[in-house]
Design a protein around this ligand. Sequence first.
Ligand SMILES: [Zn+2]
Length: 239
Amino acid sequence: MTQRLAYLDDTFLLSHESVIADSGGDEHGDYIIVEDCIFYPQGGGQPWDTGELSVQGKVHSVDAVRFAEGSARIYSRGATDLAVGSSLTQLVDRKRRLVNSTSHTMGHLVANVVETLYPNYVARKGYHFPEGSYVEFSGEMPESNAKFLDKLNEKIAESLSQNLRISTKQVSLSELQQICSNVPTGLPVDKPLRVVQIGNYDAIPCGGTHLNSLSADIEVAVTKIKRKKPNIRVSYQEK
Ligand SMILES: [Zn+2]
């Protein structure tokens, strides 16, 4: 079975019917695999979605979602009692998805802004959970941390106020290498490859969920920069 990861196509598809394609258990608990999955499995610095499954009139809560062996596994207590082949309705917790998607999108914006203003910095990794979010770059510490942060915040605010559109596209590896100037090593081999692009900033390979556009309503700022060997870490948070 090839599972469709429906969250890749639409961040705001939060209710969706599908069919249970498989079920099982592993060290994290009992899980099901659905044909069309709208739940985001944790990864790429973004937490998993929570929510509910409605199967034959009974509601089951989603405890966790993880990607393993080529599929998103939806963990729910007693999931293995659900019959393979049953129809179900998936319902993603909207608030959590929105918070996580916003924080994740802001991580890309921080990376784009830093790389644009300081081309000797290259984004290496990100942690986009709403608490303690950061992006790490290879490069040297700036001469003045305060000036560096001020300059970034000015550019971030400018981009937000321009309501830049955010687009995503599924690509082959060779297309990805053509589009992205910074292709990280260790791209997943068992997931579709996709790039996300904010306005005309550099496209970034990413399988997470993002907003559809920036907005001046989002209040986010970079708050500190520190050495975190071998990288420098730029922390950001929503106000
Ligand atoms: Zn992303």
